[in-house]
Design a binder for this molecule. Sequence first.
Ligand SMILES: Nc1ncnc2c1ncn2[C@@H]1O[C@H](COP(=O)(O)OP(=O)(O)OP(=O)(O)O)[C@@H](O)[C@H]1O
Ligand SMILES: [Mg+2]
Length: 501
Amino acid sequence: MSENLDEYRVRMSGIKKSFAGVKALKGVDFSLRRGEIHALVGENGAGKSTLMKVLSGAYDCDEGEIYIDGVRAKIGTPRRGKELGVGIVYQDFELAEDLTVAENIFMDNLGSHGIVRWSRLFASARRMVESLGFEMDVRAPVCDVSVAYKQIVEIAKALSTNARILILDEPTAVLTPRETDKLFGTMRVLRESGVSIVYISHRMDEVFSVADAITTMRDGEVTGGGRISDFGVDRVVELMIGRKLGAMYPPRGAETDGQRPEALRVENLTGDGFQNVTFALHKGEILGLFGLVGSGRSEIARAIFGADRPTGGTVYVGGRETRIGSPYQGRRHGIALIPEDRKEQGLVLDMPIRQNMTMTNMKKIRGPLGVISAQREKETAEALAKRLSVKTDDTGNRADCLSGGNQQKVVLAKWLNTDSEIMIMDEPTRGVDVGAKVEIYNIMNALAARGVAILMISSELNEIIGMCDRTLVIDNGEIKGELSRGEISEERAMKLVVGGV
Ligand SMILES: Nc1ncnc2c1ncn2[C@@H]1O[C@H](COP(=O)(O)OP(=O)(O)OP(=O)(O)O)[C@@H](O)[C@H]1O
Ligand SMILES: [Mg+2]
């Protein structure tokens, strides 16, 4: 044999896995070296999470072999996965919200002695978190911890069982750039100590900055891979989506001239997490709201939509002062909000994809007598699924059968299916693959061309710069400045965030 098995911590070969007829993995080979950071990338629904769940034991594969440290391993259950040194942080958190941070971290070894030694538990938890380069109150219940820190708790939990193989499934989606940098620092430290890390991400810049090796997947198969230094972004994207990607940010037809009628205006809007927010949004305009996670942007969106009550200030819709006390009223005023936390706020997981997509606009699917037409429901959903390339062979399937990114697309579809005049999109492209991103940008442009006013909240400066006519920069709940399409640059926007001029 030409290859030295020992070099590899993990070798998976010929892995197959199907769900009720859907071939999620069609014979995948994947190997992971000792002490390397290995990026696993691919379109939404390509099979990344499934492959890693097979490695962690969350799923048993239908066919294929797994070797760990050169020895054939039969994993099959999460317990066995842990025993073999595999730790995984899932795409969707799995923490017990009402237990403390410390209990969550050591959840898997708590019960073994019957008695919990609290002081020792807290001390070890604190050491664990500190060794990752973070600080937090390990006695606090997890529900009081920010999303970014929940991520850290998940990683600490995965490492608490002395994992030698750590799988991170899109860990940075909810982190600020500074937290992401810290996490990368932690990953490098772990790599030095010999831990092998699989890193799943849709953010190419991050993949190229942190990974040593890469594997690309598409449609349940591996399409390429090797040392990251042998690849460029374009090549990786091509291997992921099976074609060359055109322009990332499709050009807009007519630029807005600023003279368009006003769709929405807020004056001195104040509430929990933001103060004195004043801006106007015009018909046919894409207005960016750039700020980091936790800067108050989502709170502003929720207050405008009626999901939270502001404590002060005024909202004008179409020039008329309006009180919006509930999301129902928000919708009556023609406002749609695509929420940031789509899993919790956007999707009914045990309902069919079809119903999830159409429930925001029932009148579109009613027949002549006002009865819901199953046929129309199906057609509407299928058209939306096609447009956003939601990977499913039947929109009658439950939403929880979809991959993480495809669930995001369903929530987008649901709101794009409304006839709202004002659309607030909170991180519309988070978690979706590059091909689908471009599709979402195209849809946004088409909506704007039709006169829809769009407020696009994002922490990805590239897309803000690529898409928005004007951008408001927000930090600490306050608008720090406004930049026009001509003025905005990464440097200028970041300077406003960090308080420079
Ligand atoms: N529990 C399940 N039941 C049925 N089908 C599933 C299940 N989990 C995954 N699938 C299907 O398997 C395929 C691969 O999904 P997977 O979650 O591995 O994709 P992914 O590459 O992680 O995508 P994403 O980037 O969107 O997270 C998809 O077609 C998905 O619909
Ligand atoms: Mg996934």
